[in-house]
Design a protein around this ligand. Structure first.
Ligand SMILES: Cc1ncc(COP(=O)(O)O)c(C=O)c1O
Length: 452
């Protein structure tokens, strides 16, 4: 790190935080915790450097998004070139730009075979709202205007714009902003059936049955959409075996659209370019953001099946009244194209799968028998570790002990930054991380857990 960097000379970490806290409100803001945080000055590969020049392993790739690591010249050059050529133009009907057209072609080639039409957004929450609007407008166009309800999972996260917040199944996101919109229903988390299933019962079947029961209880003629993350970002929960195949059948049986929220899992993080490939099924709608630009530019989007696109295109009573100023942003699309080039050229989805498995097995070796490790799970580069008072009974720690926060702090003291919720911590470094750095990451986490 070059300590003559202007920002490092100008201010300390604490100084930046204080100045910032006077005027800037952040996502999930509390002033007190903010002042104990980090002002990030520089990113290099899999590391971040704070305002005191301290270097940390970026163990969650920013917010799961910086898949190619920091400072990739190809992405920087793509943005620079596109900004000099054409920084912005409208993407409303009747307008486009070459990068948006090229990105549409590229996504048609790499997403699920039946998904060939794309609407671009600026991020994940806008993508969720777009998915819901696609589903509702599709059913109206298909002559079933009563199909408006949205089903999602308890524990699922789909963003915090108002409709996305209603789909998000984490109740802590709701109270300050209620009333929620009507027509949103949450199923129990599929993974929770592992704990409650009687011996011999098939967990995937039990979990999928929750969906069918709910569709029947609501009335199939009222349900538009089931939206689900292939692997949940909040907790790295992987669906039980057979679950997704059964979900696909249930959605087809009752005429409910299946949307895969691949904002985290899309573009390689689970070891496949898109995660439902692990289960051999296709969604009707796939939404993405984050990794499509490796976090270098705010871009997201929604891909829809040929069937949905054909029905929407048949509507003759005026435009599809959904729009964003930044939909199809030329710079975002240019960075996305460069990101996909690197992902493909360096076979980074495969690498994410292999490195994720390596990280998981090192953590299992180091923590598998730890008395306070209740579960260690995930797929590819989305991993989570849960801490409990007693691993045999699964008794949780009292929340006052803030065990998860203390493990995160021990990681931070040892030069590793990541996130968690309650008494779980999450791990998902860039796919480009060196193996030696990945092993160091595992060692830091294992040592931090020993402080419990
Ligand atoms: C699965 C999923 N969907 C949606 C979102 C919302 O994305 P954004 O924060 O870009 O609005 C996130 C963000 O973490 C996410 O993980």
């Amino acid at each position: 790190m070059n300590l003559s960097e202007p920002d490092l000379m100008e201010e300390t970490n604490a100084g930046w935080l204080e100045r910032d806290n006077r005027h800037v409100m952040h996502s999930l803001h509390t002033s007190e915790s903010h002042l104990a945080g980090n002002a990030w000055i520089k990113g290099e590969g899999s590391s971040l450097v704070d305002g005191d020049g301290r270097r940390y392993i970026d163990a969650m790739s920013g917010l799961w998004n910086v898949t190619l690591g920091h400072g990739r010249p190809e992405l920087i050059e793509a943005a620079r070139r596109q900004m000099s050529e054409l920084a912005y133009c409208s993407g409303y009907s009747g307008n486009t730009n070459p990068r948006a057209a090229e990105l549409g072609e590229r996504l048609a080639a790499i997403t699920y075979p039946s998904i060939n039409h794309f609407f671009f957004t600026s991020g994940g929450g806008e993508s969720t709202d777009t998915t819901i609007k696609v589903a509702r407008s599709y059913w109206k166009a298909a002559g079933k205007p009563g199909k408006v309800k949205v089903i999602s999972l308890t524990g699922g996260y789909h963003g915090t714009t108002l409709a996305a917040m209603c789909a998000t199944g984490m109740p802590s996101y709701w109270p300050a902003f209620e009333p929620r919109m009507p027509g949103f229903v949450h199923l129990p988390l599929h993974y929770s059936h592992h704990k409650t299933a009687a011996s011999g019962e098939d967990v995937g079947t039990l979990a999928a049955a929750d969906l069918e029961k709910e569709i029947l209880a609501q009335g199939p003629d009222t349900v538009a959409l089931f939206i689900i993350e292939p692997v949940l970002g909040g907790g790295a929960y992987v669906a039980p075996d057979g679950y997704f195949q059964k979900v696909r059948e249930i959605c087809d049986r009752h005429g409910v659209l299946l949307a895969a929220d691949e904002v985290i899992t899309g573009f390689g993080r689970t070891g496949r370019m898109f995660a439902l490939d692990h289960w051999g099924i296709e969604p009707d709608i796939v939404q993405f953001a984050k990794g499509i630009t490796s976090g270098y530019f705010p871009l997201g989007g929604v891909g829809i099946s040929d069937r949905i696109a054909a029905t929407l295109q048949d509507v003759k009573n005026g435009p599809w009244m959904h729009c964003f100023t930044y939909s199809g942003h030329p710079v975002g699309c240019a960075v996305a194209l460069a990101t996909i080039d690197v992902l493909e050229r360096e076979e980074l989805a495969e690498r994410a799968g292999k490195l994720g498995a390596r990280l998981k097995s090192r953590l299992e070796a180091g923590l598998g028998q730890h008395p306070h490790v209740g579960d260690l799970r995930g797929l590819g580069m989305i991993l989570a570790v849960d801490f409990v008072e007693d691993r045999t009974s699964g008794t949780p720690f009292s929340p006052d002990r803030k065990v998860g926060a203390s493990v995160l702090q021990a990681c931070r003291d040892a030069g590793l930054i990541t996130r968690g919720r309650g008494d779980s911590i999450y791990l998902g470094p860039p796919f480009t991380i060196e193996e030696s750095e990945l092993d160091r990451l595992a060692d830091i986490v294992i040592n931090a857990v020993k402080t419990i």
